[in-house]
Design a protein around this ligand. Structure first.
Ligand SMILES: Nc1ncnc2c1ncn2[C@@H]1O[C@H](COP(=O)(O)OP(=O)(O)OP(=O)(O)O)[C@@H](O)[C@H]1O
Ligand SMILES: O=C(O)C1=C[C@@H](O)[C@@H](O)[C@H](O)C1
Ligand SMILES: [Mg+2]
Length: 194
């Protein structure tokens, strides 16, 4: 038995409150949703799921092949259904495909049922990262940098509607995940145990 000075009972520290809503990462290709999401899930002790990987596993096709075979519109419809279904599976960290948050219905659903986090990154950082896997169908253009810049202009005002935002420039993936964790712990939805 541990002796304590005096007779005062020792109050144990409060257990960290578990997040009850899914935490959903949004942002452009190369922002780090998949890599940071996996780390964050470890830190929160939650399952991790990536919508692109779910879609590839379920269809047994790569995203590039899905785009080529069925077109972008079909892919988007499938993506919206996958995000909606994943929200029914309980708390987890969900990395979305870069375009998922652009769907208005998906945004509404995510606002009601999740905590969304935008991984914001500058063009140079994104270009460097997407170069590691040059198969992304939307970047199969004569000028991928200009394409990515156009996507930034179109999407950043929409991503900015997310509940939380982190800047990922020059920050290691662990540090990005820790920053999200800090922001989450201060977020009213997290504090309320929602
Ligand atoms: N904070 C970081 N620091 C350094 N490298 C990173 C960081 N985050 C991600 N990366 C690297 O950048 C590349 C793209 O990251 P990742 O695949 O996680 O992006 P994504 O947002 O999931 O993109 P997509 O929408 O195409 O799935 C990977 O090679 C990953 O290792
Ligand atoms: O930004 C996008 O629209 C995309 C991002 C990837 O995650 C994939 O979902 C697909 O390549 C489309
Ligand atoms: Mg990804």
């Amino acid at each position: 038995m541990i002796e304590t000075a005096g007779a005062l009972p020792v109050t144990p520290p409060p257990a960290p409150r578990a997040v009850r809503r899914p935490v959903v990462l949004v942002g452009l290709m190369g922002a780090g949703k998949t890599t940071v999401g996996r780390k964050l899930a470890q830190m929160l002790d939650l399952p991790f799921v990536d919508t692109d990987h779910e879609i590839e596993d379920a269809s047994r096709m790569t995203i590039a092949d899905l785009f080529a075979t069925y077109g972008e519109a079909e892919f988007r419809a499938l993506e919206a259904r996958v995000v909606a279904r994943l929200l029914d599976d309980g708390p987890r960290v969900i990395a979305t495909g870069g375009g998922a948050y652009m769907n208005e219905g998906t945004r509404r659903l995510l606002a009601e049922r999740s905590i969304t986090v935008w991984l914001n990154a500058e063009l140079d950082v994104l270009m460097e990262r997407v170069a590691k896997r040059p198969t992304r169908p939307l970047l199969q253009t004569s000028d991928p940098r200009a394409t990515l810049k156009a996507l930034m202009d179109q999407r950043y005002p929409v991503y900015a509607q997310a509940d939380l935002q982190v800047q990922t420039r020059n920050v290691k993936r662990e540090a990005v995940a820790r920053e999200i964790l800090d922001l989450l712990q201060r977020h009213p939805l997290f504090k309320a145990g929602a």
